[in-house]
Design a protein around this ligand. Structure first.
Ligand SMILES: [Zn+2]
Ligand SMILES: [Zn+2]
Length: 403
């Protein structure tokens, strides 16, 4: 019976605004939540590093306000050691240690890591490594204890996403050519493992789930690809739920939800308990695979049968090459990652039931153009930074109970 085969769906509540911070002169490049203190650390294009603690009034007040000599482009914060690593647009990474009460911070070390703007910085406590990428297209890693540079790798293009798997020491590097490079890092060398190519635009965000061993990549082509490495079958699932550039990805492992955001302010919460299928390869044909009308480049058949040529389309469900008339229907196919309506053939349209069309994601509007997003699983809060120079703190708690 249909009700027995229905996929369990977490009941998502609508995220609501807890508070916002709008005291910036320029855009906040990165901001992270301090879960225990109910605070936020921000680094901004306005050259400031600030720590904000929520006061009884519910307002965020700065407890640290530090001005840097140049623009802060990115950061990594480790709550255990309270080590804050800030990437600068000069190419250096400045490290600070925050006091336990978050009212003060002291400079610890400066790394001359790159030529030009640092794009991503990632501190890995378990390895005592500081990984970073920059405008010079280099991935470098430093020993955070000695400050020594350990290794470097030249990437294909400017890097905009970096993730690291502690267990296997693999680095996932997403760049503006649209590919994700997988590198195995050693203490002082690295080797290229493979590259993932699936996006037609820049890779803008990466998110690694070490438990299920799944990598999510977001792109300016509006899509997200879930690369199932743990499954060992080479499955890559596409998720289509944004109308603009994907800007951030976070995986909430306890509720098995992927949170993604885009520059039009959209936040999508994907139920990852659902088993999705890969989209089919698009088939090649010189004529419609249903009505056999020739496509416009098929001059011979057009001449022989005195027919005019048609444009080629593809059904997103079966992948067949079809004329417009044989693929005039539209449907969402959530179990293939299509949360928006896509072109399907008449036969496939018939086969998709209303139950199949039930969304596997929920859609929300942050009401600002998001440049960065951070999710804190312990409190269930989400933070977005926008081009409007505002940080918004949202509550994302939901019942994870199954229906
Ligand atoms: Zn046709
Ligand atoms: Zn079809």
């Amino acid at each position: 019976m249909a009700t027995e085969t229905a996929q369990p769906r977490p009941q998502a509540r609508k995220p609501y605004l807890l508070g916002s911070i709008d005291a910036f002169q320029e855009v906040v490049s990165t901001a992270v939540i301090l879960p225990k203190e109910d605070g936020v650390i921000s680094v901004s294009e306005d050259r400031t590093i600030r720590v904000w603690l929520k006061r009884d009034s519910g307002q965020y007040w700065p407890s640290v306000f530090h001005t840097m000599p140049s623009t802060c482009s990115c950061m990594s914060f480790n709550p255990e050691t309270r080590r804050l690593s800030v990437g600068m647009d000069t190419g250096s990474i400045c490290e600070f240690i925050l006091f336990e009460d978050y009212n003060k911070m002291i400079p610890a070390r400066t790394y001359q890591a790159h030529q030009g703007r640092v794009s991503v910085v990632l501190f890995v406590l378990e390895m005592e490594w500081l990984l970073s990428t920059g405008q010079d297209k280099n991935l470098t890693w430093h020993c955070s204890e000695s400050g020594q540079q350990l290794g470097t790798y030249r990437t294909m293009a400017f890097v905009s996403g970096l993730q690291f798997d502690i267990e296997t020491r693999h680095a996932f590097v997403g760049d503006q050519s649209g590919q994700v490079t997988i590198l195995k890092l050693e203490q002082d060398s690295c080797s290229l493992v493979t590259t993932f190519k699936g996006h037609t635009g820049n890779v803008t965000a990466l998110c690694w789930d070490p438990v299920q061993r799944v990598l999510f990549s977001g792109s300016s082509d509006h899509s997200i690809i879930m690369w199932d490495i743990g499954g060992r079958k080479g499955t890559a699932i596409e998720l289509q739920g944004h109308n603009d550039k994907v800007q951030g990805l976070c995986y909430a492992s306890h509720t098995r939800q992927l949170i993604s955001c885009s520059s039009d302010g959209g936040i999508v919460i994907w139920n990852m308990d659902v088993t999705r299928q890969e989209t089919p390869e698009w088939l090649d044909s010189d004529s419609c695979q249903k009505c056999e009308q020739p496509f416009f480049w098929n001059f011979k058949q057009m001449w022989d049968s005195k027919k005019i040529g048609f444009r080629q389309h593809h059904c997103r469900k079966c992948g067949q090459a079809l004329c417009g008339k044989c693929s005039s229907k539209r449907s969402t196919i959530p179990l293939m990652g299509f949360e928006f309506e896509v072109r399907v053939c008449d036969v496939c349209h018939e086969s998709i039931t209303d139950e199949d069309r039930a969304p596997t994601a929920t859609f929300h509007d942050s009401k600002h153009s998001i440049v960065y997003m951070h999710y804190e699983p312990t409190t269930g809060s989400l933070l977005t930074s926008g081009t409007d120079k505002v940080i918004k703190s949202l509550n994302m708690t939901w019942d994870s109970g199954l229906i």
